[in-house]
Design a protein around this ligand. Structure first.
Ligand SMILES: N[C@@H](CCC(=O)N[C@@H](CS)C(=O)NCC(=O)O)C(=O)O
Length: 202
């Protein structure tokens, strides 16, 4: 398998983290967004959205981190993506949060600071805080987001929460989130990405 990837991308890291947890080997193809490498004719053949991550598996091309996480889980028959109706729906709920509140809040707050992206700081911050309150409230009496065990819902929501400080968003007033981050980091196969050694934890 080939992963079109960027070290500092939280979305790419979701795939790297799942592969590490599942013990999957793959080749990393680095893509530089700032050099326009996702906008070349060749790359647009892989992903017309001009985004990473993209996975290539024996001629099959899959773009979008959620699609890649789902593909790999089903291919490996992993219970990180359950198949029964209710737990599957619970995972989908939190994948939706990862692509909405977390993307428009936490990920964009970070992208302003880290990549100079032209998003609106204050409105981004409001959504980021909403995301943290939602997740912290949900985790008050739960260990994991979707079910009673780790799933790709946790893997998809985790990176931009754990990198919130890079967008000047403080997670230290959300102890349930901090405890959840600690649990994820104890999972077999867990790997970090740059910036995660500075996540404020209890
Ligand atoms: N929903 C997509 C979002 C992917 C995405 O936005 N990737 C960023 C890097 S983290 C990207 O490629 N952005 C293109 C750009 O900034 O030009 C996913 O989860 O894969």
């Amino acid at each position: 398998m080939k992963l079109y990837d960027m070290e500092l991308s939280g979305n790419c890291y979701k795939v790297r983290l799942l592969c590490a947890m599942l013990g999957l080997d793959y080749e990393r193809i680095p893509i530089s967004l700032k050099d326009g490498e996702a906008e070349t004719e060749e790359f647009l053949q892989l992903n017309p959205r001009a985004q990473i991550p993209v996975l290539e598996d024996d001629g099959l091309v899959i773009w979008d981190s959620i699609a890649i996480l789902s593909y790999l889980c089903r291919k490996q028959d992993s219970n990180l993506l359950p198949t029964a109706a209710e737990p599957l729906a619970r995972v989908m709920q939190w994948l939706a949060v990862s692509e909405n509140e977390i993307l428009y809040g936490l990920a964009r707050a970070r992208a302003i600071n880290k990549f100079g992206r032209p998003f609106h700081r204050n409105s981004t911050r409001v959504v980021a805080i909403d995301a943290l309150k939602l997740i912290d409230g949900h985790l008050q009496d739960r260990e994991w987001l979707a079910t009673d065990q780790l799933s790709i819902a946790d893997i998809a929501c985790y990176p931009y929460v754990a990198l919130a400080h890079e967008g000047d968003i403080d997670i230290s007033r959300y102890p349930a989130i901090q405890a959840w981050i600690g649990r994820i980091r104890q999972q077999p196969g867990y790997i970090d990405m740059p910036g995660m050694d500075n996540t404020p934890l209890i």
